[in-house]
Design a protein around this ligand. Structure first.
Ligand code: PMT
Length: 402
């Protein structure tokens, strides 16, 4: 057994804060990035220091914060050296004023100088009142930044610090961390179509009752997100979940296994990779009552009929896409999972313990392929999904070369 939970190479970013109330979210962003092994050098404008202290950012990033370009105790060439060492500069929050400076190429303080003197990508997370965001001047500046190759993260719509509601809120720290890490992923699946299923299915018994399971969709949505990060075209066939859709994926909502099967059949001809993460109900009611079944005196027997096995159907096609299956078992995980992989004739299967995996934010996977088993240790589902996809891509590419 060997572990393939290879972390992506450590990335270095300069995290620039300008003077906006959303600076408090950047403290959490710094913490999340450091936790993900990102080397964070914080740089702040003087206005940013009025919203959050450099001491806080220093404690969270583990490095002295760059603020003043004239401070002799700081590196006198910080405006050059900080960006040279960085894989990207991220400005969060980016005020309307700072965005205007970037668009004009002004360099009146350390952070703007650093941006102008950079030789690495720039990512900007706007944060401002909705009128400021909608102002034609700001929109012109944003368009200019996009034309200059700058990546704009957000903003989001919602209640603002001023009490108004609309576009201009900075993305949440978790969303920014996800987008920044996604930015660094190599686009190994560019031009590749990934079709996947996620979540539970719901099999109606009558007008109000049905058979379902506790799958939340979190694992499947994380796999969709990881595929998007690698540049894939993602079609996600989703059973009923409470999750927000992964941005950039084509999502088709379905309810029953039969609907999921129809949606898969509709898209599978174009798919290069198929990943079955959904917890598809194995059985459905043989007869669905249009009306609510009334309570009777005695026992009620429910006749069930098997659902089609979507993964087995896809894997059995004359020219199947590269298939990845999942197996949720409550006991004998290794034995049952490998038996399932062989029965369904699929090159890769991710096995997990149902009681640990279902509904939770973190999980542990064992991958089975022709070479044996590979353990992905306990981690959050997105980290696991990224590792699973790195492994799947390797096998997919090997398969194409044969
Ligand atoms: O959604 P979460 O709360 O995050 O939980 C994640 C998960 C536990 C649901 C997920 O990690 C998982 O294990 N998914 C597969 C669950 C399952 O139903 O396994 P299975 O052993 O019954 O099915 C094996 C494979 O065949 C799966 O890829 C499944 O999608 C597929 N299948 C099963 C039955 C069927 N009728 N059609 C299918 O395509």
């Amino acid at each position: 057994m060997r572990s393939i939970m290879k972390q992506t190479q450590t990335k270095r970013i300069v995290l620039g804060l300008t003077g906006g109330i959303a600076a408090y979210k950047t403290a959490e962003l710094a913490r999340l990035l450091v936790k993900q092994n990102v080397d964070v050098q914080v740089a702040m404008t003087e206005a940013a220091c009025r919203f959050i202290t450099p001491a806080t950012m220093q404690a969270l990033s583990g490095r002295p914060v760059l603020v003043n370009q004239w401070d002799a105790t700081e590196n006198s060439m910080a405006h050059i050296s900080a960006s040279r060492a960085a894989d990207a500069i991220v400005i969060a929050p980016a005020t309307a004023d700072f965005i205007a400076k970037l668009a004009l190429g002004l360099a009146g303080d350390l952070l703007s100088t650093l941006c102008l003197a950079r030789d690495c990508p720039l990512l900007v997370a706007p944060a401002m009142n909705k009128q400021m965001w909608e102002n034609p001047a700001t929109q012109r500046n944003i368009a200019q930044l996009i034309a200059d190759g700058v990546t704009i993260l957000g903003p989001a719509c919602g209640v603002q610090a001023c009490g108004e509601e609309g576009m201009g809120r900075m993305l949440e720290a978790e969303e920014l961390a996800r987008d920044i890490l996604a930015f660094f992923q190599p686009k190994l699946l560019s031009g590749v179509k990934v079709l996947l299923t996620a979540g539970p299915t719901y099999e109606a018994i009558d007008a109000v009752r049905g058979i379902t399971n506790r799958s939340s969709g979190k694992m499947g949505y994380a796999v969709a997100q990881a595929a998007l990060e690698l540049g894939a075209d993602v079609i996600l066939i989703s059973g009923p979940t409470a999750l927000s859709k992964p941005q950039g994926a084509q999502v088709e909502d379905v309810t029953s296994a039969a609907e999921m099967f129809d949606a898969v059949k509709q898209h599978v001809a174009d798919a290069d990779i198929f990943i079955g993460v959904a917890a598809v109900a194995d059985y459905r009611a043989a007869q669905v009552s249009e009306q609510k079944i009334k309570k009777g005196e005695g026992k009620l027997t429910l006749e069930l009929t098997p659902n089609p096995d979507i993964l087995a159907y896809v894997a059995g096609l004359p020219k199947p896409p590269f298939c990845v299956g999942f197996a949720a078992e409550s006991e004998n995980l290794r034995e049952y999972a490998e038996a399932k992989r062989r029965a369904k004739k699929i090159p890769l299967l991710a096995a997990n313990l149902a009681q640990q995996a279902i509904g939770s934010d973190a999980n542990e996977l064992i991958l089975f392929d022709d070479a044996g088993e590979h353990v992905l240790p306990h981690s959050d589902k997105l980290t696991l999904a990224r590792a699973l996809l790195r492994h799947a891509v390797k096998l997919y590419q090997q398969g194409k070369q044969q």
